[in-house]
Design a protein around this ligand. Structure first.
Ligand code: HEM
Length: 435
């Protein structure tokens, strides 16, 4: 899609199956759509896959009044349970200690970090949403994480695309698209059971987590049926927070490990900064971040190159509008192509090379870059941005404070990608040697 922009310009349309889609490319045009014309581009299209998943409910796929109310509620509740504050920082650091114990057990031997990292990251959002964490040895929870990963992966593959293009036929025939729906259905059932247990010992005067707060909001919002505060939507919003809060950050951390083993000299520079600012005697804290410009720049560059949500999530126009001189009617599906922003030749000095210098000035101080949009932009910008930033900083600095990462002997790190809804590295093994 980014390549097509070279021939057809920054705004062009494609016919994907039956549906006409407008693709928006490059930082300036994506910003024009998502920020300057935020309201006009703020809905989600109800594609056949999305319709079968939750009929346009939840947080990620809803639109209009329901989306506004659900988003505002989720944002406030996440904040009340410590996102951006010291309380959640303590939970994250506690989880990191658990993860470090499993890394210690490997004693520097090659191991695949995928599902333990996923479990650790997932435990953070679970602590806010479900009020609990899961042991890495919990086989049922590991199974849920596998189902979620495979379900999200399949949505972005040809199976999801074929279902969107030919839903009437695909619904009837076997194929991996059926696995997609059955996997997400099983994860939803797992969350329904958590909700049922919450209801049993629910005390409205002492909410423990997002689910408890939502149960109270259902009572308070009875008069506003369109806001969608009902038990079914509690399941879908919980599923959205659980899915979005697990896969994305954990995939970014895996990219970070890959870049660290590919560029040992960059890993060493981060470790030198950690030793200078934090030392070895205490765990990192978010307060260290302003004093660690190089580490901050490396994390930003990992996110830019990792480009984990390459095509963003699709949008839909709420009214007739014009973009880049083209008329776009109300109800048109739009892809704000984030790959074309994160690799925009007009914005980045060396777009295709891993270069933390993109985020540093001549004095080595951190510089914010407008075209850094891995979390997208505008009124639907990622709801978990602040949480993800905390997690990435604390996980990465804690690891590099304790360990030096490398590839198993004789193995070159592979940057082959797996394309689903997110873009992730192929599974790989690392060695973590105590410093
Ligand atoms: C939406 C990226 C972590 C929750 C999004 C979108 C992107 C994104 C690109 C689409 C925004 C749009 O439509 O314009 C990322 C990245 C992450 C991350 C790169 C980590 C590195 C998280 C976490 C949570 C989360 C930890 C958990 C709270 C959501 C939700 C939405 C969303 C609920 C839907 C927002 C809406 O439609 O209003 N994210 N995300 N994300 N993200 Fe994230």
């Amino acid at each position: 899609m980014t390549k097509l922009a070279e021939d057809y310009g920054e705004v062009y349309s494609l016919r994907l199956g039956w549906s006409k889609t407008v693709v928006v490319n490059g930082y300036k045009m994506v910003k024009e759509a998502l920020v300057n014309q935020a309201e006009a581009f703020s809905e989600r299209p109800l594609t056949p896959v999305f319709h079968r998943l939750n009929k346009g409910q939840g947080l990620i796929l809803s639109s209009g009044h329901m989306w506004k109310r659900q988003r505002r509620f989720a944002f406030t509740t996440l904040k009340n349970f410590g996102v951006g504050k010291k309380t959640l920082e303590c939970t994250i650091l506690e989880e990191i200690r658990h993860l470090q114990e499993t890394i210690e057990e490997e004693q520097g031997r090659p191991y695949d970090p995928h599902f333990t990292f996923n479990n650790a990251v997932s435990n953070i959002i679970c602590s806010v949403v479900l009020g609990r964490r899961y042991e890495y040895s919990d086989a049922h929870f590991q199974e849920i994480l596998h189902l979620m990963f495979e379900g999200l992966y399949l949505q972005g593959t040809i199976w999801g695309q074929l279902y969107d293009a030919f839903p009437a036929v695909m619904r009837l025939i076997p194929g991996r698209h059926q696995t997609l729906f059955s996997n997400i259905g099983k994860v939803a059932d797992f969350l329904r059971e958590e909700i049922r247990q919450h209801r049993q010992d629910w005390d409205p005067s002492a909410p423990r987590d997002y689910i408890d707060c939502y149960l109270r909001e259902m009572e308070k919002s009875k008069d506003d049926a369109l806001a969608g505060f009902c038990e079914e939507n509690l399941c879908y919003t919980t599923l959205d927070l659980f899915g979005a809060g697990t896969e994305t950050t954990s995939t970014t951390l895996r990219w970070a490990l890959l870049y660290m083993i590919k560029y040992p000299q960059i890993q060493e520079k981060v470790q030198t900064e950690i030793d200078r600012v934090i030392g070895q005697a205490r765990q990192p804290s978010m307060e260290d971040k302003p004093n660690m410009p190089y580490t901050d720049a490396v994390i930003h560059e990992v996110q830019r190159m990792g480009n984990i949500v390459p095509l963003n999530l699709p949008r839909k126009t709420t009214k007739d509008t014009t973009l880049g001189g083209y008329f776009i009617p109300k109800g048109t599906r739009v892809i704000p192509n984030l790959t074309s922003v994160l690799f925009d030749k007009n914005e980045w000095q060396t777009p295709d090379t891993f270069n933390p210098g993109h985020f540093l000035d001549a004095e080595g101080q951190f510089v914010r870059r407008d075209a850094f949009l891995p979390f997208s932009a505008g009124n639907r910008v990622c709801l978990g941005e602040q949480l993800a930033r905390m997690e990435l900083f604390l996980f990465l600095t804690s690891f590099l404070q304790k360990y030096t990462f490398s590839s198993p002997e004789g193995v070159e790190p592979s940057f082959e990608i797996q394309i689903g809804i997110t873009l992730s590295p192929q599974d790989f093994k690392i060695c973590a040697v105590h410093r």
